[in-house]
Design a protein. Structure first.
Length: 499
């Protein structure tokens, strides 16, 4: 009986919920010890790898990654990478990969500082890499570096050869396509540049692809697409130097469409992100000049030239000084421009042709730019050659090149102004008026020298005559034509119903 009384009680206790498990100090120590044993066993199964290091990458590692991506690099990181690879190749002279990295780092130094001494060093390092591992064995990093170097020097034909060589051997290697985009655009083959950009975006969407897409869209005249692509590049940028370059490019796009406030905002953001961004400093100077703050603009131009002595910025500074009535200072800048261009280590034929057309010997500009056109049939050379021909008085030939510059898609106020002046010289006031209005609508203060001239030229031409263009109204009253009368259509006879 006692057993029968105890059975229900036991069953009732078993149906009660179990009490929650609590960790006492002893249990916690036991669990921790077990976890340590498990981790140790896992480490024995898979040893630690390089990627397991939680420490952030060092300066040279950051620079090496950015150089491999074709992205801008901070000056400190770049110097660390150069020093690291120079020490390495001194001890390991047969390391072809390190020579290729070193050559690309030298090239980035040239781009960042505008110091021509880096170009021959880059070429020597890349050639050394190719000697150790030739083209036939697929030294793609060195081949890509050689193509990028050729483009940076303004030799787009050679850049195209290197890019196409990499693409032929490794069609899916994405690093060939930024080289091809720049080379094709420099040669004036904008359809090929667009195809190369689309392939790049398909293979590796990211910072480099979005920047090239923005470049291609700008050349086509698709401003909104160019801006959106550059904003996507900003989202993909990680390092401050990358973000600063994207902000600079956004400033350039805003400036070209005449949005001075937005351009100034982007240039200043770039300088806050990377104070050594000389291009953004020059862009800020350009906007300040347009806003009538000439003294500040001169200061910014000199700061930019102190960081990276680019001949294009010197020409802008000279024209600003000229517009401010500081002719003697402008002459000093102009007198040193040719020597500065000769020291730059890159082809400055386009810039020197533009300078000679406006401030020197126009006939010499035509000869220089005709030779440049034979090599690079792009919109910039077409515009400069057309303007140089106009300055020599040959407006008929000039108009053909002005059309090549303005009808491809790129919308620049300078191009429209040049075409308008050429058309006016040929007596085509309607065309001149249309393109002057286009120039001032695109960017009314595109140049401290030529902007005011465009306004004066438009005022001199005046408005079109009332009534619209000539010969639009018929000389005789309109008479309705006599149309032939339609013939009546015979109605079909009804069919007899069958029974």
């Amino acid at each position: 009986m006692d057993l029968m009384r105890e059975a229900p009680v036991s069953q009732e206790r078993q149906q009660q919920a179990a009490p929650p498990v609590t960790f006492t100090g002893r249990k916690t120590l036991v669990a921790a010890a077990a976890l340590v044993v498990l981790i140790a066993g896992a480490l024995l199964i898979r040893p630690a790898r390089t990627g397991d290091d939680a420490r952030p990458p060092g300066p040279s590692e950051r620079a090496r990654a950015a150089v491999g991506m074709g992205a801008p690099v901070a000056g400190v990181d770049l110097s660390a990478l150069v020093a690291d690879r120079e020490k390495w190749v001194a001890r390991h002279p047969d390391d072809d990969a390190s020579w290729a990295v070193l050559g690309s780092a030298y090239l980035e130094q040239a781009r960042r500082t505008a110091d021509p001494a880096w170009y021959p060093k880059a070429q020597s390092a890349l050639k050394r890499s190719l000697e150790l591992r030739p083209v036939e064995k697929g030294n793609f990093d060195a081949m890509t570096g050689m193509g990028t170097l050729a483009n940076a020097r303004g030799d787009f034909g050679t850049g195209k050869k290197w890019g196409e060589l990499v693409r032929a051997q490794a069609p899916k290697r994405w690093t060939a396509y930024p080289v091809l985009v720049d080379a094709y655009a420099g040669l004036g083959d904008y359809k090929a540049a667009e195809k190369a950009m689309e392939r790049l975006v398909d293979l590796r969407p990211g910072l480099a692809a979005f920047m090239k897409a923005s470049q291609v869209y700008r050349d086509r005249g698709w401003r909104e697409d160019a801006t959106m692509s550059m904003e996507h590049a900003g989202g993909a940028a990680k390092a401050p130097a990358e973000k600063a370059y994207v902000l600079f490019r956004l400033g350039e796009l805003a400036w070209e469409r005449g949005d001075e406030a937005e351009a100034l905002r982007q240039y200043e953001a770039a300088l806050r992100t990377d104070p050594a961004q000389a291009q953004a400093q020059g862009g800020r100077a350009r906007v300040l000049a347009a806003l009538g703050r000439g003294g500040e603009a001169v200061r910014d131009y000199r700061l930019a030239l102190g960081r990276a002595p680019a001949a294009s910025l010197s020409l802008e500074l000279g024209e600003l000084l000229e517009s401010l009535g500081r002719g003697e200072e402008a002459k000093v800048v102009y007198d040193g421009l040719a020597a500065q261009a000769a020291r730059s280590g890159v082809s400055e034929e386009l810039l020197l042709g533009r300078f000679e057309a406006d401030h020197g010997d126009a006939a010499a500009a035509v000869r220089r730019l005709t030779a440049e056109w034979a090599r690079h049939k792009n919109m910039q050379v077409a515009d400069a050659l057309g303007w140089a021909l106009h300055r020599t008085g040959d407006d008929t030939a000039a108009l053909e090149y002005a059309k090549k510059a303005t009808e491809q898609g790129l919308r620049l106020a300078e191009f429209s102004y040049h075409r308008a002046v050429i058309e006016r010289g040929l007596g085509d006031e309607a065309g001149a008026r249309r393109h002057l209005e286009e120039a001032l609508r695109t960017n009314p203060r595109f140049s401290p020298v030529r902007g005011p001239l465009a306004k004066d030229a438009l005022a001199a031409i005046g408005k079109p005559a009332a009534g619209g263009p000539e010969n639009m109204q018929p000389t005789t009253p309109w008479v309705a034509p006599e149309l032939p009368k339609a013939k009546p259509v015979a109605k079909p006879k009804p069919k007899p119903s069958g029974r």
